[in-house]
Write a protein of this length. Structure first.
Length: 63
């Protein structure tokens, strides 16, 4: 089994924000503070590993 992200594992900050009910700027600030690098781009949008962003979301909700 490959640990490389699959297409369903990538998300933009806006998509993640919509799922978690927070403003997109909040997700972008989590990304910036944690130093998370994008996996690549789809069109003009950076995409990130959904699992990594979910970890950030979980950590911020727990705080």
């Amino acid at each position: 089994m490959s640990s490389d992200p699959q297409p369903h594992d990538v998300v933009t900050p806006t998509q993640a924000a919509r799922e978690w009910g927070v403003p997109p700027g909040t997700v972008r600030s989590w990304i910036s503070r944690a130093g998370v690098e994008p996996l690549g781009r789809i069109g003009r949008y950076n995409v990130y590993d959904y699992r990594r962003l979910a970890e950030l979301e979980r950590d911020h909700r727990a705080a």
